[in-house]
Write a protein that binds this ligand. Structure first.
Ligand code: ZN
Length: 242
């Protein structure tokens, strides 16, 4: 993000104006008292680029402007909070800390997203486990059908004693009843587990800015890492510290 620092627009008769800060989000801020910034400070005097890691660079905007950092005239220089910045031939001292304090809510913060790798992997793995459980129980239940078919088939084979057919029928009926009861008791269990998993995922797979928490969608972590550089809602910058 960038801020342009200068003197506010005033009438030609005034001795000066307040300090004017214009941010790259097109927001204006005014600091200090009326007339506190002399006319030797230009309307658009210098620009400060603030990076997400907190580092800053100052650029003097016009050749006719004069900017001093620690007493030395500069055109472009990396600065820190402790540097003494003076603007114009009148050496107006810029209070950098109060400027930064004024615009701090607009400075995008960077957040590490590497913890989301585990969240994504656990979600995928648990979903697969639930699906495997689902298909396993379906396979077990198909045994009922196989047994009753076997008993019917026995009826067509000469020499199979009635007793065996009867036993197979009996087992098939008992299993059918057992599975019916099992199904009734566990009906919806997998559906519920999947829903709980999804709900938890919606809570965990979110923008790491605590003030935002936007759900990142069903985007695989590797794609997120490659494609999503920042949050479209809170503008937080995403970093991967692996
Ligand atoms: Zn966000």
């Amino acid at each position: 993000m960038e801020i342009i620092i200068g003197r506010e627009s005033t009438s030609p008769l005034s001795i000066g104006g307040r300090l004017h800060i214009l941010t790259s989000n097109k927001k204006d801020y005014y600091l200090g008292l009326e007339g506190s910034v002399p006319k030797s400070v230009s309307r658009q005097h210098c620009k400060i680029i603030i990076k997400t890691d907190g580092s800053m660079e100052l650029i003097n905007l016009k050749p006719t402007n004069i900017t001093y950092i620690n007493g030395i005239e500069v055109i472009r220089k990396t600065i820190s909070k402790s540097d003494r910045i003076e603007l114009g031939g009148g050496h107006f001292v810029l209070d950098l800390n109060s400027v930064l304090d004024t615009v701090k809510t607009e400075i995008p913060q960077s957040y590490d997203i590497s913890h989301l790798k585990a969240v994504w992997e656990k979600y995928q793995q648990t979903k697969i486990e639930i699906q495997v459980k689902q298909s396993k129980s379906a396979a077990v239940q198909s045994v009922t059908g196989l047994l009753s078919m076997a008993s019917i088939a026995c009826g067509f084979v000469p020499g199979v004693p009635d007793i065996i057919r009867g036993v197979l029928y009996g087992i098939a009926i008992i299993l059918a009843v057992v599975f019916f009861i099992y199904r009734m008791r566990h009906a919806g269990e997998n559906v519920l587990q999947l829903k709980e998993l999804d709900d938890q995922f919606h809570k965990d797979y979110v923008c790491p800015n605590p003030d935002c928490g936007r759900f990142l969608g069903v985007t695989p972590y590797d794609d997120l890492k490659k494609q999503t550089k920042s949050c479209p809602v809170c503008k937080a910058v995403y970093e991967v510290k692996e």
